[in-house]
Design a protein around this ligand. Structure first.
Ligand code: ATP
Length: 346
């Protein structure tokens, strides 16, 4: 059975009258990655800094490897918490070589061992040991920052928006690489981001923070298909909303009967459900719902099609590759999978 590596219980922090963290409770299992996702100012960095010991919370408890590092009576110093930190823009020591940067947190014995070379191999940067940080690209600097954070074999690795300064292409490649590197050494990690795609693609679980509050935590699939409110549904992707009411264990709206993920207690009541655009399928089935193609956007790997659906209005859907439809085409659509009830009014 996997150990719980980090336990955060009812953590709160206030700056003046700003509630940066409100009653945050979350666990991270050994080898897992937790993404903390939220808009600017929601408390992500405060949470990370509190776990690292750079910020003193007002209340709550933090345990690493079963040991209390913060509570009403305990406050273990940051350098004793055995945490690796990867800040936003690498922040390598500019006057030290790559090798010296990686060796920075190591004991004398570890420095004499093969540790630096192992770390260079892990992040695919062998041969760069004598370079200075300003002789590296942004992506290379981030990989060395990760190597430096992992070198002392920390109990927990914290990454604070580690890819935010990189351009889009490099960002996508590097995040897949970093995920593989962390998994290879079975590191337990938390990374903060305001990019939903990054959170969903990298993490084992994602916690959504809104104004300092944890409003949902779950696997990427749970967060995407079973958001517990409209705010999350909109934050993590495109959503199509349908109005209707609950009938038995189904939803009934202008697109007919739909299966729902979870049946609310309120039979017969009005309800709003959400589906993701890729659940809408354009089909030749005449029994499907009538729609008119309004617009198409081709992106190479896929195309977005904007449809005007009878009784619903404009929605968008996605198909793989090029779009064979033209503006004005009359088509039929059907819905695949289940809908998520977002709101009911009894
Ligand atoms: P961003 O994505 O912009 O980095 P964030 O989600 O990391 O934001 P935090 O930096 O944790 O947010 O800040 C949470 C709230 O606490 C904000 O309203 C911020 O202004 C406030 N705050 C953070 N640090 C301090 C401080 N040292 N003094 C006063 N207020 C602070």
């Amino acid at each position: 059975m996997l150990n719980t590596k980090l336990q955060v219980k009812q953590l709160s922090k206030q700056f003046g009258n700003v509630h940066a963290l409100r009653d945050i409770t979350v666990d991270v299992k050994e080898g897992d990655m937790l993404a903390v996702l939220g808009e600017s100012g929601c408390g992500k960095t405060t949470l990370l800094r509190s776990i690292a010991g750079f910020e003193d919370p007002d209340h709550g408890e933090i345990k690493i490897d079963g040991e209390v590092v913060f509570d009403a009576k305990t406050n273990v110093a940051p350098d004793k918490r055995k945490i690796g930190y990867v800040p936003q823009e690498g922040m390598l020591f500019p006057h030290l070589t790559v090798k010296q940067n990686i060796a920075f947190g190591l004991t004398r014995k570890e420095r004499k061992s093969n540790r630096v070379q192992e770390m260079l191999a892990l992040v695919n940067m062998q041969g760069y040991e004598n370079r200075m940080p300003n002789e590296l690209s942004g992506g290379q600097q981030q990989r060395i920052a990760l190597a430096r954070a992992l070198a002392p074999n920390p109990k927990l690795v914290l990454l604070d928006e580690p890819f935010s300064a990189l351009d889009a292409g490099l960002r996508t490649t590097l995040r897949a690489e970093v995920k593989r590197m962390l998994k290879r050494v079975n590191a337990t990690s938390i990374f903060v981001t305001h990019d939903q795609e990054e959170a969903l693609s990298m993490a084992d679980s994602t916690m959504i923070l809104v104004e300092g509050r944890n409003i949902q935590v779950g696997t990427p699939t749970t967060i995407y298909y079973y958001p517990n409110c409209k705010k999350i549904a909109d934050f993590v992707g495109d959503a199509v909303y349908l109005d209707g009411h609950i009938e038995g264990d189904h939803f009934k709206g202008s697109m007919g009967h739909l299966e729902i993920n979870e049946v609310p207690q309120s039979e017969g009541s009005e309800a709003k459900v959400m589906i993701r655009p890729e659940q809408l399928e354009i089909s030749n089935d005449e029994h499907g719902i009538e729609a008119t193609v309004q617009d198409t956007d081709f992106f190479g790997h896929d195309s977005l099609i904007y449809l005007d659906i009878k009784g619903i209005g404009r929605v968008k859907t996605r198909i793989l590759g090029a779009c064979q439809y033209e503006v004005g085409d009359k088509v039929h659509v059907k819905i695949n999978g289940k809908a998520q009830v977002i709101e009911t009014t009894v």
